[in-house]
Design a protein around this ligand. Structure first.
Ligand SMILES: Cc1ncc(COP(=O)(O)O)c(C=O)c1O
Length: 370
């Protein structure tokens, strides 16, 4: 008889954690909802795709290279990123998506019984990673749909290791400007690592948006996250990065996984750095789609929030889960926000013009059903 007792081997915080279940692939969803096509407006992807130079690299990629390991820590890409932001290459750490970099930071700074501080309605991965690592997530309520600086400061205690700010915030699109972030860092005064997740920073056109890399010299506890998934249209290749002061980066490097970023992602991302024309074209597209969505919200009498980012939220007169199902049956995927603690809201990514037109038509029909 096997003496295997699974429960005995699983830490209590893992036992208590409910696994995240990703949605099924599009072909399965299409069959399930009986539609020939699904417009993807649920994951904040860039409908313009990757920049031209990244596409060219992928098109001429020699498939035999797949047999080789990539260089272990993204030597060339780290130098390209560092050069763009006036950093040293040693300050940059790559990951298999920004998600992996979140894990590196929690592993580097937290042990069981410690806590992280973040908002209750923000990108959920900070909370999840903390929870299944035996670290307590202290979730501070948003204030007027934005991160509440005073309440976050009150939540920091002697066991706080990391404060996660999402700027702009996913899903609300709210943001802190440079002065506010600088004041917050002054007030934290080095008591914890402060992560600023800037997954959507390249969408910010506002002149007051933080220059976080400049703040790093004065605040060596500051860590900045970026990703190639959003502006750069490389979500499927899974590549993101962080930058920090040299001593902090050296600490995080200890808990980072070498070789976790694949060869194609490294090559494609290196060509994307830093294509201003791609940024300009994507921003122009977002401006146009945002105006269209605002007009739709006005026509249907729906509240809309979201200042920066390639997404916005709409307040619905019906449950978001019902709206989600009905939209799916019309071939449109948007994000029902109950699971983000925003019941009654829908998050919509600014997709292609045809996808946004399909969404507008479908939403109007869904709401007409009552
Ligand atoms: C705020 C935020 N941070 C990080 C990520 C994860 O990015 P990646 O695709 O690089 O793992 C996302 C993805 O949706 C995000 O919205």
């Amino acid at each position: 008889m096997s003496g295997f007792a699974l429960e005995r081997l699983v830490p209590a915080h893992v036992r208590a954690f409910e696994a995240y279940v990703p949605s099924p692939p599009d072909d399965v969803l299409r069959r399930r909802f009986g539609v020939a096509h699904l417009h993807r407006l649920n994951n904040n992807e860039n409908p313009l795709g990757p920049p031209a130079a990244s596409r060219a690299v992928m098109a001429r990629w020699e498939v035999g290279q797949a047999a080789q390991y990539p260089q272990g820590d993204g030597w060339h890409l780290r130098r390209a990123i560092a050069g763009r932001f006036g950093l040293d290459a040693e300050q940059v750490i790559l990951g298999n998506g920004a998600n992996e970099v979140i894990a590196f930071v929690i592993k580097a700074f937290c042990e069981q019984g410690d806590n992280i501080v973040t908002a209750d309605r923000t990108f959920a991965v900070y909370e999840w990673l903390a929870s299944f690592s035996g670290v307590t997530p202290r979730l501070v309520p948003l204030r007027a749909d934005g991160f509440d600086d005073a309440a976050l400061l009150r939540a920091i205690d002697a066991r706080t290791r990391v404060v996660f700010l999402c700027n702009p915030n996913n899903p609300t699109g709210s943001w802190w400007d440079h002065a506010k972030l600088a004041r917050f860092l002054d007030a934290v005064a080095g008591r914890a690592i402060v992560v600023v997740d800037e997954a959507y920073a390249e969408y910010a056109e506002e002149p007051g948006f933080p220059d976080s890399f400049a703040l790093m010299a004065r605040h060596p506890n500051l860590v900045v996250y970026r990703t190639f998934s959003k502006m750069w249209g490389l979500a499927g290749l899974r590549i993101g990065w962080m930058a920090a002061a040299p001593a902090v980066a050296a600490t995080v490097r200890k808990t980072s996984i070498s070789y976790s970023v694949n060869l194609l992602a490294l090559d494609a991302a290196r060509e994307a750095v830093w294509d201003e024309a791609h940024i300009a074209a994507t921003r122009a597209h977002v401006r146009e789609m945002r105006a269209g969505l605002a007009a739709l919200a006005g026509r249907l009498g729906l509240g809309m929030i979201g200042a920066i980012g390639n997404f916005a939220m709409l307040r619905l007169p019906i449950p978001d889960t019902v709206a989600h199902r009905r939209l799916m049956a019309r071939g449109v995927m948007a994000r029902a926000m109950t699971s983000f603690r925003y019941p009654g809201w829908l998050r919509v990514s600014f997709g292609s013009a045809p996808a946004m037109a399909a969404f507008a038509e479908a939403l109007e029909a869904v709401l007409a059903e009552g």
